[in-house]
Design a binder for this molecule. Structure first.
Ligand SMILES: [Zn+2]
Length: 708
């Protein structure tokens, strides 16, 4: 950790210049990490401290301000993978206020600038949503493009992804719609969705997100808009950009106009004409913060009248007429007592920091997530370290940084185990077959001999989206395993027949009585028939979440076809290592399945233990095919591909519609494809379909075909 920096008023010009250079490098590193990679290295509060110091030095030594100072930039440069969109009106960020005095200064500055001589100035106050800013452009009422903020001048074209957000109208409603309208606002993820997403990511052994903002950013900046659509993002509209004309003169009027056009606006926005009103509202919003269900990091104050905004104009990177009053970060210092390794269903080793309990923003925290081995190394966390932890909303606390000054002299770096702490098997990091990169997750290779994996598999088997037995939760299933009553999940179905014969009846054990056991047996018997998608999900195959399981169930229809296809796909991992038999090609070609998922399936079904388990399970359980889709529809049984951009339906809607009508939707065109729906911008798939003589429809023709 760096020494405490010299205070600005003690800097000599030479030191000031060095400090400005250092801050520029530091800030640009964090900009890249924060925006470019959706992976912040420091907290927002720490970032603000860097920016503030930079601004303070520039104010004290204006002649030393660098040509490419961080105060002239707003964030990061767009990544190469998206097309760029130039903002016709730049998207600037706001200056910050951290206490009451900053707000008083802001108000007085405006008063002086406008020469109003103490006449009240109306200002709006609204929560500052902690998400990702986006700008939406409508022409003649239709959404034609959407972009991220980018560097404020040029953003990334994420139109297709923004179209998947329910709260972003594709068409403006109402009587008054100018030819060109640009609406700006914040894309965010709710706490509930964030929690569910991380649980799904964990269940499928994918990387988890540090906070809802990173999750929203990661979801929005997907090259595959179907991923975005699955994330249930939200949008609040709060500003305008390029407008061909307008009939509103204030912030308040603009917001009600947004509402009429069909946008969601934040209900906590209010207007005040003095600093006390603003501060009271700030305090009220801070009190409401834990109950809002989404992250906010402050309150934004804006001058209400547009004509006054225009007079006030801009200074450097921020408007003079608005300011963000930030909340203090909910942070605390505590000790890392231990780093514990949890072993998941598929053998993933996940580190958790056990902390000396400490209160952070009113909640006692005793654990913090460390995500994975690389994260521990990056933050250089040792057991025994004093660390700064942070909680945002109701998100799992995280370790922000180590307080190096308080590290003990004999402290040693944490060594991530190379062997499973539960079963002692080797734990390795696999190579991703596609990228050739090492996986971030170290995995126990013990499989069925690993107690941790066996019990986690059992828990998964009885979980809500799998077999979901009434009265047999994760606690009970592990109890049965510990008692030796079951060795695997298929044994659950034999408990009733064996109870009291092969072991002392569970009716006499702690926590169980006649009534609960009778109920349990009924619940188990009710699951001797189960939907195929739940059955597939319950197998606990890596990367197979509930959505993928449903898609597999729809595509293969019966358990027999599913199993034989999976086995066929996994057979010729032959001498030449060739995976690409026809069954494998069919599998990879399904919409939503890529090489990673396909390989995971193939590996699972190549394993005798797993096949034996499935045989045993099917001895007790019958599967039900998913409800048959409408056989009479014109696309029933057809294999369909969607390509290009769809303008009326979102890709996800179109896919869901097609599937509900009995079509099978795949990701690429082959000779098995029956129909290709091609929107504007369709490329190679359209060419291939034409070459193969496949029926091609426009989006309008597709809608006409299915709407009756
Ligand atoms: Zn193990």
């Amino acid at each position: 950790m760096a020494k405490k920096p010299i205070s600005v008023d003690k800097l000599t010009p030479m030191l000031a210049q060095m400090e400005l250079e250092r801050l520029k490098a530091e800030i640009s590193k964090h900009n890249q990490a924060y925006h470019g990679e959706d992976m912040p290295l420091i907290s927002d509060a720490e970032y603000d401290v860097l920016m503030q110091r930079n601004t303070a030095i520039e104010a004290a030594f204006p002649e030393l301000k660098l040509g490419d100072s961080p105060s002239d930039m707003v964030g990061y440069l767009p990544q190469e993978k998206f097309n760029k969109i130039k903002h016709r009106v730049p998207m600037l960020s706001l200056g910050n206020a951290f206490d009451r005095q900053d707000v008083v200064d802001f108000y007085e500055r405006i008063d002086r600038f406008l020469g109003l001589d103490g006449q009240p100035i109306k200002l709006t106050a609204e929560p500052k949503i902690d998400g990702l800013s986006a700008s939406l452009r409508y022409e003649k009422g239709n959404l034609i493009s959407g972009a991220t903020r980018g560097d404020g001048q040029v953003g990334e074209d994420i139109t297709i992804n923004l179209k998947t957000i329910y709260e972003i109208p594709q068409q403006l409603q109402g009587d008054y719609i100018p030819d060109v309208v640009e609406v700006r606002g914040e894309v965010y993820m709710s706490h509930a969705e964030f929690k569910a997403l991380n649980e799904r990511q964990m269940a499928e052994d994918n990387k988890t997100f540090a906070n809802p903002r990173n999750a929203a950013a990661g979801s929005l900046r997907q090259l595959d808009s179907r991923v975005t659509a699955g994330r249930n993002l939200h949008f609040f509209a709060y500003a305008q950009g390029d407008m061909s004309e307008q009939n509103v003169q204030t912030q308040m009027e603009m917001i009600s106009q947004f509402k009429q056009w069909g946008f969601s606006v934040n209900p906590l926005m209010q207007m005040f004409d003095n600093v006390d009103g603003l501060i009271d509202h700030y305090a009220k919003i801070e009190t409401l913060r834990p109950t809002l269900g989404y992250d906010i990091d402050g309150v934004v104050y804006k001058v209400n009248r547009f004509d006054l905004q225009e007079r006030l104009g801009f200074v450097s990177r921020a408007p003079r007429w608005a300011i963000a009053h930030k909340f203090p970060a909910e942070q605390a210092k505590t000790l890392v007592n231990d780093i514990e390794i949890q072993v998941g269903r598929t053998g993933a080793l996940t580190p958790v920091a056990r902390l000396e309990p400490v209160s952070v923003g009113g909640v006692v925290v005793s654990n913090a997530t460390l995500h994975n081995e690389d994260e521990i190394a990056r933050k250089d966390v040792h057991i025994g370290d004093m660390v700064v932890i942070q909680r945002a909303g109701d998100v799992i606390p995280q370790i922000v940084k180590v307080v190096l000054e308080q590290r003990k002299a004999d402290s040693v770096a944490y060594e991530f185990p190379r062997f499973c702490p539960i079963c002692g098997s080797k734990a390795d990091r696999e190579l991703n077959p596609k990228t050739g990169k090492e996986d971030v997750i170290r995995r126990c290779e013990g499989g069925l001999i690993c107690n941790a994996q066996v019990t986690e598999r059992l828990k998964h088997f009885v979980s809500r989206n799998a077999f979901d037995f009434d009265g047999l939760g994760s606690k009970q299933v592990v109890q049965f395993y510990d008692w030796g009553i079951i060795k695997d999940a298929a044994d659950i179905f034999d408990i009733e027949a064996k109870d009291g014969n092969e072991w002392d009846t569970i009716r006499k054990r702690d926590g169980w009585g006649d009534q609960s056991v009778d109920k349990l047996f009924i619940a188990i018997n009710e699951r001797r028939e189960i939907d195929l998608d739940r059955f597939i999900y319950a197998l606990g195959i890596r990367h197979i979440g509930e959505n993928t399981a449903r898609m597999l169930a729809r595509s293969y229809e019966t358990v027999e076809v599913f199993l034989s296809s999976m086995q066929a796909a996994s057979i010729p991992i032959g001498a030449d290592g060739n995976l690409f038999n026809e069954a494998y090609a069919d599998l990879v070609n399904l919409d939503g399945i890529g090489d990673v998922v396909a390989l995971s399936l193939v590996q699972f079904f190549a394993e005798d233990n797993n096949l034996n388990f499935i045989d045993k399970l099917l001895f007790s359980v019958a599967t039900i095919a998913l409800e048959k889709a409408d056989e009479s529809s014109p696309v029933a049984g057809k294999v369909m591909v969607f390509t290009g951009s769809l303008e009326i339906m979102t890709r996800n809607e179109a896919k869901a519609k097609a599937e509900s009508l009995g079509a099978k939707v795949t990701g690429s065109v082959s000779k098995k494809t029956d129909i290709l729906v091609a929107g504007p911008g369709a490329g190679s798939k359209l060419k291939k379909a034409e070459a193969l003589g496949i029926k091609v429809l426009t989006e309008a023709e597709w809608i006409a075909l299915v709407s009756n």
